[in-house]
Design a binder for this molecule. Structure first.
Ligand SMILES: NC(=O)c1ccc[n+]([C@@H]2O[C@H](COP(=O)([O-])OP(=O)(O)OC[C@H]3O[C@@H](n4cnc5c(N)ncnc54)[C@H](O)[C@@H]3O)[C@@H](O)[C@H]2O)c1
Length: 337
């Protein structure tokens, strides 16, 4: 279905909809009858990934251009994914992160106020919590980001909360843990360059090693002396399709609920780096050679979401397992390589 013909009465503006999580959410919105317009500067996203949604190539840091491009449109809500998201890069280039993530969001929140759009869903991150003070963290955990990326997300959460108080904006910040997986049936997957996430890097190392002799390509595991059962770091991996579903639920939530809210999106279950490698070996049937490197600075041992609030407020419960995540990602990486 073309976007012009979409039957849904609700028209959603999706910023960053050409990126990884944004493109999967755009596809799900289209499947559910929403009309979708994507705004993206294509700095890390891909025009091919927006499917039948309308794509407007525009940078959120150019408010006049943005307002001009959206002049004749009327949106019921906004889902805001656009931003830069690499922690290491944010430490090297902090101003670029504050410019993209904070200035861009400020312009968008201002556009929403001017255009009378009061439903706003924001991609936040577990990075707002900084060093976790418990293995499983809920939304009452102190907000203490330790890098410019996490700080930029916390600043936008503050802007949304204050706009909700002052201007009746209805906002929800979704604090994702580790997004992973793909929607291979729709030709969608994780296409970051450079890739900094574990699962796509494990799978890509297999494809790169296909022509090499066994053991030539080594995956680096940073630290095996953490206080975890196998000594490697534990993270909470959530399937991107489950995340996309949470955004549709969040849209319904802000439609009915005043104020600003922050909600964790994770499975509540952690997996170690060695467990990920093991699952990738089982799914692909291939051996994955890895070497142990020293710990990286700033990597907590365990980072797992308490996701009860998402269940209560959004009626959201992740459906897909780690094996589903790796199987879908592997299928997509093979298709796209
Ligand atoms: N991937 C994860 O595991 C994860 C975890 C926590 C939070 N997040 C957040 O979720 C959001 C989406 O993440 P992703 O992995 O899909 O990232 P992504 O890089 O694939 O997508 C971001 C999109 O935003 C666009 N963009 C960036 N700056 C822009 C600007 N100034 N104007 C217009 N478009 C711009 C990019 O071109 C890209 O299409 C990000 O805000 C990220 O910080 C992601």
């Amino acid at each position: 279905m073309k976007w012009e013909e979409a039957l849904g009465s609700e028209h959603i503006l999706v910023t960053g909809g050409a990126g990884y999580i944004g493109s999967h959410t755009t596809q799900l919105l289209l499947d559910q009858g929403y009309q979708v317009t994507v705004v993206d500067n294509l700095s890390t996203g891909h025009a091919w990934s927006v499917g039948d949604a309308e794509l407007i190539q525009c940078d959120l840091r150019e408010p006049v251009v943005l307002a001009g491009a959206l002049r004749k449109k009327s949106f019921t809500g906004i889902i805001h994914f656009a931003g830069l998201s690499q922690v290491g890069e944010s430490i090297a280039q902090p101003l670029s992160y504050f410019d993209n993530n904070v200035t861009g969001s400020l312009n968008l929140i201002d556009y929403a106020a001017q255009a009378g759009i009061d439903q706003f869903v924001f991609s936040s991150s577990a990075a707002v919590y900084g060093n976790p003070r418990a293995a499983v963290i809920d939304e009452t955990h102190v907000i203490a980001p330790i890098n410019p990326y996490g700080m930029s997300k916390a600043m936008v959460e503050t802007m949304l909360a204050e706009s909700a108080r002052a201007n009746d904006l209805r906002a929800i910040a979704l604090r994702y843990f580790n997004a992973a997986g793909a929607m291979p049936s729709c030709g969608l997957g994780e296409a970051h360059d450079p890739e900094t996430h574990l699962i796509p890097n494990v799978l890509k190392s297999l494809l790169l090693a296909a022509d090499a002799s066994p053991g030539d390509a080594y995956l680096k595991v940073f630290g095996d002396d953490y206080e975890t059962p196998d000594g490697t770091c534990i993270r909470d991996y959530v399937h991107v399709t489950d995340l996309a579903q949470a955004h549709v639920s969040a849209l319904r939530y802000v439609k009915d609920t005043a104020g600003a809210q922050a909600v964790n999106l994770g499975t509540g279950r952690g997996h170690s780096v060695l467990e990920i490698i093991d699952t990738c070996q089982q799914v692909t049937g291939k051996d994955i050679a890895h070497i142990i490197e020293p710990r990286r600075a700033g990597d907590p041992a365990v980072l797992v979401a308490d996701n009860k609030l998402a269940g209560e407020l959004l009626d959201w419960r992740p459906q897909r397992t780690l094996t589903d995540i790796v199987s879908d990602a592997w299928q997509w990486h093979q298709m796209s390589s």
